[in-house]
Design a protein around this ligand. Structure first.
Ligand code: G1P
Length: 277
């Protein structure tokens, strides 16, 4: 069973400056809810109650968000407005939050490694909260957990992207399994290849299930040309041993690390929830 979800949340949010100068990018709201809370709700929907968050400098608002604020609650009670905090209070009550600070900014692989102390020797989920996902029938992590139950190896969520965007993503090469239309045995993965070097247009999105041997693999993974340790390179090692499956998930995904994707997600959800009427 998957009982923990790791949220790498130490990044600077460069593409969203100056908004992210003092506010963590994971705390930017889509409508009235921060991105990270959507991620936490997705984990909870998959039956995962332990949230492990890798933070960094300037990220304290994250800890405050997932904590009680008695003064505010008292005030809301007096004016019969408690419903505003109902959902977040349920989350706080039903889950545990643990935190670790990433000491150096050395890429996603290093962020995952920093989270290792919070995870232990079990397979775990990973959510990159700036990828906002809306699964059709169930959340993306729930979909990955179902696949994990069958294959018991690392699982990545993928989607088709236009070929001229391969340099923004980890790209997989793989073979469709049996008669599934959406599940691939991954043979190779490349982080942000040029269009010409991309083995496919199947891009990894910010949802993973990782087996705990990934920590040792990351420790032995060489940094890339920018000095960053890439999770994709570590997963490539597992893939070469036949230990990575990719699932074309059912749902929508928005890159909320960019202003354009954030706007699209906001418009999508506003329409879905009727805020635009
Ligand atoms: C990271 C990963 C990349 C993945 C992407 C999904 O990149 O390194 O493989 O495709 O997340 O959002 P980042 O967006 O952090 O540069």
């Amino acid at each position: 069973m998957i009982t923990k979800c790791l949220f790498p949340a130490a990044g600077f949010g460069t593409r969203f400056l100056p908004a992210t100068k003092a506010v963590p990018k994971e705390m930017l709201p889509i409508l009235n809810k921060p991105l990270l809370q959507y991620g936490v709700e997705e984990a909870l929907d998959a039956g995962i109650y332990n949230m492990a968050i890798v933070t960094g400098k300037g990220k304290r608002a994250i800890e405050d968000h997932f904590d009680n604020v008695y003064e505010l609650e008292m005030q809301l009670q007096e004016s019969n407005k408690e419903h505003y905090l109902k959902k977040i209070n349920q989350i706080i009550q039903n889950s545990t939050f643990t935190y670790v600070r990433q000491k150096r900014m050395l890429g996603l692989g290093d962020a995952i490694l920093s989270g290792g102390a919070l995870i232990g020797n079990h397979s775990f989920a990973v959510i990159l909260a700036d990828d906002f996902c809306d699964g059709y029938e169930s959340g993306v992590i729930s979909q990955l957990v179902e696949v994990y139950k069958k294959y018991k190896c690392s699982i990545v969520a993928i989607e088709e992207i236009p070929l001229n965007q391969t340099s923004n993503y980890g790209i997989i090469e793989g073979d469709l399994i049996g008669n599934t239309r959406n599940t691939y045995q991954v043979t190779q993965m490349i982080e942000k290849p040029d269009e010409k070097k991309a083995p496919s247009n199947l891009a990894i999105i910010g949802r993973y299930i990782l087996t705990p041997d990934i920590f040792e693999v990351i420790k032995n993974t060489q940094p890339d040309k920018n000095g960053e340790i890439q999770l994709t390179d570590a997963l490539n090692f597992q893939a070469k041993q036949g230990k990575v499956i990719a699932l074309k998930f059912k749902g929508l995904r928005f890159d909320c690390g960019s202003v354009r994707g954030y706007l699209k997600a906001t418009n999508y959800l506003a329409r879905k929830k009727g805020f635009d009427r």
